[in-house]
Design a protein around this ligand. Structure first.
Ligand SMILES: N#Cc1c(-c2ccc3cc[nH]c3c2)n[nH]c1N
Length: 250
């Protein structure tokens, strides 16, 4: 997968050089390219923003600069056969970024991220590229960041771990909270490792039993309880068909 990120803070993406994403890049699973938006300005101050039409606080990012930058990245071409990139615009007013959306993105050969700053990008940029590309305006949550870069970090890491070969144990991905399937809309329960007792806190006996069916049942019970406690809104979204008799008792 090829990922291009255009930003006025390319240094914000240093975390993508380490850990899981960094290793995926070293192994050639991910090709991430960073671009400094100011490289497409033409004034001595490298201006990327201006005052909003209609008045109001803050500044708006200029369409000309973004247009030249996006056109240049597209012109570089992507992976063979990839065609044009899917453009992802982080914004608090976007559709929710969920595990299901991440799975969609993980199937794409080429993603182009355009994280904004200030009050956002002139709306005509999205209008322009919707006529040429698939453009997604997405939000990573109901709170307001100072810019889109942190959202790109979240999205890239979430997508990268879904790529074949990135996570050693594919079952771990399949067992994720929110992963489509038996765990969709369920939170993962508690996890434990050695020692069997730590500061007087024992590991639940069932986990030491070696009885895999009972352990699986216990884990599902814990997931249902945790979801009920922490995210009752998700319980309402559970498909009743996916619940067995035991689930209904939890
Ligand atoms: N995604 C997302 C966002 C943002 C966000 C995204 C872009 C900009 C540009 C200026 N401020 C921004 C906030 N806030 N909260 C989210 N869930």
């Amino acid at each position: 997968m090829r990922i291009d990120i255009i930003s006025i803070f390319p240094e914000y993406f240093t975390p993508l050089e380490v850990s899981l994403v960094g290793k995926a890049r070293e192994r050639g699973i991910l090709d991430i390219r960073l671009h400094q938006l100011r490289d497409w300005t033409h004034d001595v101050h490298k201006t990327v923003d201006d005052t909003p039409y209609g008045g109001g606080p803050g500044m708006v990012m200029k369409p000309e600069v973004w247009g030249e930058a996006i056109d240049a990245v597209i012109a570089q071409g992507g992976p063979e056969g990839a065609g044009l990139p899917r453009m992802i615009v982080p914004t608090p007013s976007g559709r929710p970024f969920t595990q299901r959306v991440a799975l969609e993105y993980a199937r794409e050969p080429w993603l182009l991220f355009t994280p904004a700053r200030y009050e956002g990008i002139d709306a005509r940029v999205v209008d322009e590229y919707r006529s040429r590309l698939r453009v997604d305006e997405v939000s990573i949550g109901d709170y307001v960041l100072a810019g889109g870069e942190a959202a790109v970090l979240v999205i890239v890491e979430t997508v990268a771990r879904l790529l074949p070969g990135v996570i050693g144990n594919a079952q771990s991905v399949a067992d994720d909270s929110f992963a489509p399937g038996p765990m969709e809309n369920l939170l993962e329960g508690p996890v434990y490792t050695k020692p069997p007792v730590w500061r007087g806190h024992p590991v639940p006996e069932i986990l030491l039993s070696g009885h895999h069916a009972r352990i699986a049942r216990w884990r599902r019970d814990q997931a249902l309880r945790r979801t009920f406690e922490m995210r009752p809104d998700l319980i309402a979204r559970l498909d009743p068909e996916s619940l067995d008799e035991r689930d209904r008792e939890v």
